[in-house]
Design a protein around this ligand. Structure first.
Ligand code: SAJ
Length: 422
């Protein structure tokens, strides 16, 4: 059966979800409060991109329309942002709440409401369902399930289709209805759970990654203290069949990994490891900046060049990017900062082309392992005032930079001084 579907929120998750259901033959109304997004989509222009999005849009458009308000439908999918309110370090559920308020007047008995947005455990029962019940229809008369998204930006469609999904309904009917629905767009397995369990599982997945990145970052810090190449040590440790340590870096960005551990622990007074991991990852830009100040000791009016400002390789997305904190730290120390990123054109600071970004610079600071950086020729950096390189991803061909007169440092590898690389 092909139901009518209303998807609330047309961002990185809501838009591809809406289009996959449209392509599967459902009549889909995509709802976004931003009129510019609605206008662009109805005129055939995508406002976000990821591999396969434009092809999918072309195939799905005949069954898809965007609006600023929901309409009656058989299924409502909530895929709005749940940001972290950093002033109080608590999840901001206002978009989820207002999506539920917008659905309530259209809700009928037998409709299914699915929450895809990531929320703290209990949010469905405490906030979303009571708001939907303001329609006068009780939960159970309408169906409700939490089906958290798990797709990684950069491979959103492939993961949205292929990954297993966790589905937690308020009752068996809801769970089965949600499984039946997602079967139309997903080829992965379905694992059913209680509703709070599903909320919790999503958060521990991303927290697992945050904690493991923090471990990699702590290894980098210890390796620097002990004079050991932390990257080589991690590679060697990972030869063990049950060890898989992640990679150190200048900090954890994006709208999920840095945020979900806070959602997980916001009602707890006991969580320690998760909070310690957050602190380690959040302090990485400070550590990087300290290394830069050591490298540029004695340089007057220092100028540094950030290579990569997105939150990770292969994406123009710079939400919560470690580059943002680094820029603030550097500017507070009186540094001037130039930015080059082959994928980012809009940022919190003006973006330069590579040539102008390095002109007069005292240090290249590689923050993101975009493949495009491998093509840079260090011979082109003759206009730098001082040739320093700090590679926070152990990514570049350091010997080549040393051969071109660069003083090179690698995060997590104090041995990578000029002498050792020569
Ligand atoms: N990072 C490191 N070292 C690593 C891996 C990542 O420093 O070894 C950094 C990245 O540079 C980046 C940040 O962590 O700044 C997060 O990047 P990511 O690739 O780990 O994750 P996201 O935020 O792009 O996507 C995650 C995924 N979650 C997991 O892998 C458990 C994705 O599957 C989720 O759907 C997504 O969060 C989400 O929306 O929740």
């Amino acid at each position: 059966m092909h139901e009518t579907i209303c998807v609330l929120g047309l961002g990185y998750i809501g838009l591809p979800t809406a289009l996959l259901f449209s392509r599967a033959g459902h009549e889909v109304t995509g709802v976004d409060i931003k009129e510019s997004v609605v206008r662009a989509l109805n005129a055939g222009t995508l406002h976000i991109d990821d591999p396969g999005f434009s092809e999918l849009f072309a195939e799905a458009r005949s069954h898809f329309i965007a609006r600023t308000e929901p309409i009656a439908a058989d299924v409502f999918i909530i895929a709005v942002p749940t940001p972290l309110d950093r002033s109080v370090m608590v999840s901001d559920l206002s978009y989820v709440h207002s999506a539920a308020e917008m659905i309530a007047p259209h809700l009928k008995e037998g409709d299914l409401v699915v929450l895809e947005s990531t929320v703290p455990p209990g949010a469905s029962g405490n906030l979303v369902i009571p708001t939907l019940e303001q329609s006068g229809i009780a939960a159970g008369q309408f169906l409700y399930a939490h089906c958290p998204e798990r797709a990684i930006p950069g491979s959103t469609l492939a993961e949205m289709i292929g990954n297993d999904r966790i589905i937690g309904g308020i009752d068996e009917r809801s769970t089965l209805a949600a499984v039946e629905l997602y079967r139309h767009i997903c080829t992965g397995k379905f694992h059913t759970a209680g509703i709070r369990d599903a909320e919790f599982v999503k958060l521990i997945e991303n927290t697992f990654r945050d904690v493991n990145i923090a471990f990699a970052n702590e290894i980098a810090i210890l390796a620097e203290e002990l004079g050991i190449d932390g990257w080589r040590a991690i590679t060697l440790a990972n030869q063990h069949p049950r060890v898989n340590i992640l990679s150190p870096g200048p900090g954890v960005g994006g709208h999920c990994i840095a945020v979900d551990p806070v959602f997980l622990t916001e009602s707890s007074s006991a969580a320690r490891l998760v909070q310690a991991a957050r602190q380690i990852n959040d302090s990485m830009p400070n550590r990087v900046m300290r290394t830069v100040t050591e490298m540029l000791d004695g340089v007057r009016n220092p100028r540094i060049t950030l290579l990569g400002v997105s939150y990770k390789a292969g994406t123009p997305d710079y939400r919560e990017s470690p580059a943002i904190k680094l820029i603030h730290l550097a500017e507070n120390l009186g540094y001037s900062v130039t930015c080059y990123d082959p994928l980012v054109s809009q940022f919190i600071r003006p973006m330069s082309d590579l040539r102008s970004a390095v002109e007069g610079s005292d240090c290249l600071l590689l923050l993101v392992d975009h493949v495009e950086f491998l093509e840079m020729d260090p011979a082109l950096f003759v206009t730098m005032r001082n040739r320093n390189l700090l590679d926070c991803r152990n990514f570049l061909d350091h010997k080549n930079y040393v051969a071109h007169g660069f003083n090179t440092r690698i995060l997590g590898n104090p041995a990578a001084s000029r002498e050792n690389l020569e």
